[in-house]
Design a protein around this ligand. Structure first.
Ligand code: NAD
Ligand code: UDP
Length: 318
C-alpha cells in the first residue's frame, strides 16, 4: 500500500502520515510549507517508508511509481491563515484539488478530499446532516475558504462521474491536538498558549457561539476508515461534543492550572453561531465513533504545548 498525503507536513496531514506508516504503508507527503513544517514529520524519515517532497499543489502533483491512495489535505485551515492567504486558499482548493484528482486518475487510486464543516457556513439547521446545503456568504471574508471547499467537492464529484475516479469526501469538524501551531489563530491553540503564558484568554464576542471539538487521534481513525471504504460521501467526521467558546476558555484555563483572566475580543465577520455534526452516517457506514474523552484530549494537548511551544515553525510570507 502506497499513499500520497497532500498537506502532509501540516497538523492533520502529519498525523495521517504517522498512522499510515504505523500501519505498514509507504507514504509520500507533498507540501509547500505555507502553514505546515517539515519538523512535524521529521521523525518519520528513519522508518525508511516516508518521503517528504516540497511541492506547491497549485502547480502540479508529480509522484513517481504506483499510488493506491491520495489523501488531499493541502489547504490553509485556520481562519487567521486563510484570511492571510486568500488567493492561495482559493487556488489550492481549485487548481490544487484538480492536480490531486489527476494524480488519482492517472494512478487509479482511491481519493479522499478533506472538506469541512465550513461548507455549511453559518448553519440554519442544527445539528448539520450531510444533506443540508448550507448557508454560506460567498462574498464575505470566509468565502475564500468555504467556496474553495465547495468547489473542491463539486470537482471531486465531477471526476468521479466523468473519469470514474474512486472518490470520497469527508467533512471534517473542528479538530485539535498536538502539532497545531501555537500561533495558528484557532481557538484551542490560542486558549492553551495564552493560558500557559499567563496571558488573557481571548474569547470572541460574548463567547456563546459553539463548536463541536474532536481529538486528532479519533479523526485520523475516521479518515482512514473512509479511505478503506468504497463510499463516496460526503460523510461528516467530527465529535458531537458541542461547547460554547466561553465555557471552553474557562475549561482550558482550569485544566492548564493557569491564572489567566478571560477577556473579550471582537467577533470575526460571518463567524458561525453554532456547529455540531450529525455523525449518524459515519457510524452507520464506517462504524466510526470518537473514543477519546474531551477532557483527556485537552490535557494531552496542553501537555504537548508545554513541552513543544518553542518549536513554532517560521511561516513563508504571504
Ligand atoms: P494545516 O494548516 O496545519 O495543514 C495544511 C497543510 O497544507 C500545511 O502543511 C500547508 O503547508 C499545506 N498546504 C497549503 N497549501 C498548499 C499548497 N498550495 N501546496 C502544498 N501544500 C499546501 O491545517 P490542518 O488543520 O492540518 O488542515 C488540513 C486539512 O484539513 C485542510 O484541507 C483543512 O481544510 C481540513 N480541515 C481541517 C479541520 C481542522 O479542524 N483541523 C477542519 C476541517 C477541515
Ligand atoms: N475564537 C475565540 N478566540 C480566539 C480564536 C477564536 O473566541 O482567540 C472563536 C472564533 O471566533 C469562533 C470559535 O472560537 O467562534 C472557533 O474558532 P476557530 O478559529 O478555532 O475555528 P472555526 O471558526 O474555523 O470553527
Amino acid at each position: 500500500m502506497r499513499a500520497v498525503v497532500t498537506g502532509g507536513a501540516g497538523f492533520l496531514g502529519s498525523h495521517l502520515c504517522e498512522q499510515l506508516v504505523a500501519r505498514g504503508a509507504d507514504v509520500v507527503a507533498l507540501d509547500n510549507f505555507c502553514t505546515g513544517s517539515a519538523a512535524n514529520v521529521e521523525h518519520l524519515h528513519s522508518t525508511g517508508r516516508f518521503d517528504l517532497i516540497e511541492q506547491d499543489l497549485t502547480t502540479g502533483a508529480p509522484v513517481d511509481g504506483p499510488v493506491d491512495l491520495v489523501l488531499h489535505f493541502a489547504s490553509p485551515a485556520s481562519p487567521v491563515d486563510y484570511l492571510r492567504l486568500p488567493i492561495e486558499t482559493l487556488q489550492v482548493g481549485s487548481l490544487g484539488t484538480q492536480h490531486a484528482l489527476d494524480l488519482a486518475r492517472v494512478k487509479g487510486s482511491r481519493f479522499v478530499l478533506a472538506s469541512t464543516s465550513e461548507v455549511y457556513g453559518d448553519p440554519q439547521v442544527h445539528p448539520q446532516r450531510e444533506d443540508y446545503w448550507g448557508h454560506v456568504n460567498p462574498v464575505g471574508p470566509r468565502g475564500v475558504y468555504d467556496e474553495a471547499k465547495r468547489f473542491a467537492e463539486a470537482l471531486t464529484l465531477a471526476y468521479r462521474h466523468t473519469h470514474g475516479v474512486d472518490t470520497a469526501i469527508v467533512r471534517i469538524f473542528n479538530t485539535f491536538g498536538p502539532r497545531m501551531r501555537p500561533n495558528d489563530g484557532r481557538a484551542i491553540p490560542n486558549f492553551i498558549r495564552q493560558s500557559l503564558a499567563g496571558e488573557p484568554v481571548t474569547v470572541a464576542g460574548d463567547g456563546l457561539q459553539t463548536r463541536s471539538i474532536c481529538y486528532v487521534d479519533d479523526l485520523v481513525q475516521g479518515i482512514l476508515a473512509m479511505a478503506a471504504a468504497h463510499h463516496p460521501g460526503p460523510i461528516n467526521i467530527g465529535n458531537p461534543h458541542e461547547i460554547s467558546m466561553i465555557d471552553l476558555a474557562h475549561w482550558i484555563v482550569k485544566l492548564a492550572e493557569s491564572g489567566s483572566p478571560v477577556t473579550h475580543i471582537e467577533r470575526p465577520v460571518d463567524d458561525p453561531t453554532v456547529r455540531r455534526p450529525d455523525a449518524t452516517l459515519a457510524h452507520e457506514v464506517l462504524g466510526w465513533e470518537p473514543q477519546v474523552q474531551i477532557e483527556d484530549a485537552l490535557l494531552r494537548t496542553i501537555d504537548w504545548f508545554r513541552t513543544n511551544e518553542l518549536r513554532t515553525p517560521v511561516l513563508s510570507p504571504a
